[in-house]
Design a protein around this ligand. Structure first.
Ligand code: HEC
Ligand code: HEC
Length: 293
């Protein structure tokens, strides 16, 4: 019995040691791709996502003020949001700034957090930030009162249409004229030689144009959001956004400027160039299966 126990222990230790050595070797060999242009592998993505949610759930314990949903707080939060958060997270109908497109993990569209995260968890994240993502902790730049105002705004955001958001923002003192910081931030790019859309390149481009922060897209790691409609089965749909006949040319037009098709579309102009739009349209044309995540 003791002998069997000892053999078992030695076996277990050897397996652990072998795992450790293999892990160390893979790290030393630079095996894991840390490029921000590529999404994490599926298991790593889900592990990190789960670890982050749990870490926040366990730590968030601040009590929200009784007047959290007051209009004054929401307005105060909106002003702060436009100054400090819009650049990365965007807003209804407004694209994030150029820097956000290069971040992995991509800054989430906050509609989901507003709908489903409790106020104390949003407060904790904004106050503390998240290590090894682009999310700053604001505790040394904003007072707790200001952070609660931001929470009030994030919680109010799912109820705001593109127009309601634009009207609110226009009512602010010093509202800036350009609705999307992306427009002014993007340098004029030399025209690329054009080729027909390539589905493989388009699949990768969805990762670099934040599509996954708003849509459920089959086969794309982390694309599990319901801010816009799920894109599974988009290839077989008769209309794009309910109005435009679903042809490859129309898809390119819609992707490059959704608000030219529908001025109130909550899908922002993400600054896609013609080639990226063609590639993404080619990728979308392969999505003929309606499916869950
Ligand atoms: C430099 C870019 C950047 C700025 C500026 C920024 N964030 Fe973030 N934020 C991120 C990134 C990256 C994440 C992590 C993405 C993830 O896990 O979904 C994140 C995560 C969050 C989350 C968790 C959402 C979720 O679903 O995971 C909230 C809430 C949030 N940010 C709110 C804010 C607020 C409010 C501000 C302004 C005070 C702000 N952020 C400013 C990049 C930024
Ligand atoms: C900020 C969130 C957001 C981002 C980012 C975003 N979308 Fe959307 N998308 C939406 C919303 C909201 C709609 C519904 C708009 C409408 O119907 O006018 C939509 C609609 C669509 C549609 C039409 C769907 C249908 O059923 O007709 C397609 C296709 C689409 N998006 C593709 C993309 C692609 C590709 C990207 C990345 C380049 C992307 N979206 C990025 C929010 C977003």
């Amino acid at each position: 019995m003791t002998l069997r126990l000892r053999t078992l222990l030695i076996g277990l230790l050897s397996v652990l040691l072998a795992g450790f050595v293999a892990g160390a070797l893979l790290i030393y060999m630079g095996f894991y791709d840390i490029s921000a242009l590529r999404q994490h592998t599926k298991p790593v993505f889900h592990l990190l996502d789960f670890a982050m949610s749990r870490a926040v759930e366990v730590r968030a314990d601040a009590r929200p003020p009784a007047d959290l949903h007051d209009e004054g707080r929401v307005h105060g939060g909106l002003a702060l949001f436009r100054r400090h958060c819009l650049r990365c997270h965007g807003a209804p109908g407004v694209s994030p700034d150029a820097l956000a497109f290069g971040l992995t993990p991509a800054p989430a569209n906050l509609l989901h957090a507003g709908r489903s995260w409790p106020p104390d968890e949003i407060f904790w994240i904004v106050r503390n930030g998240v290590k090894m993502t682009g999310m700053p902790g604001w505790a040394y730049r904003l007072t707790d009162e200001e952070i609660w105002n931001l929470v009030a705004f994030v919680k109010a955001m799912p109820g705001l249409t593109t127009r309601a958001y634009a009207e609110l923002a226009a009512g602010l003192p010093q509202a800036d004229a350009s609705p999307s910081p992306l427009v002014s931030a993007q340098p004029a790019q030399p025209a690329r030689a054009m080729r027909p859309g390539d589905a493989h390149a388009g699949r990768q481009a969805t990762q670099n144009h934040l599509c996954a922060t708003c849509h459920l897209i089959p086969g794309i790691v982390g694309a599990n959001q319901h801010v816009g409609p799920p894109l599974g089965g988009i290839a077989g749909r008769a209309f794009i956004a309910g109005v435009l006949p679903n042809t490859p040319e129309n898809m390119v037009r819609f992707l490059r400027d959704p608000q030219a098709i529908d001025p109130l579309s909550a899908m922002p102009d993400l600054g896609l160039d013609e080639q990226d739009a063609r590639d993404i349209a080619a990728f979308l044309a392969t999505l003929d299966q309606v499916q869950g995540k």
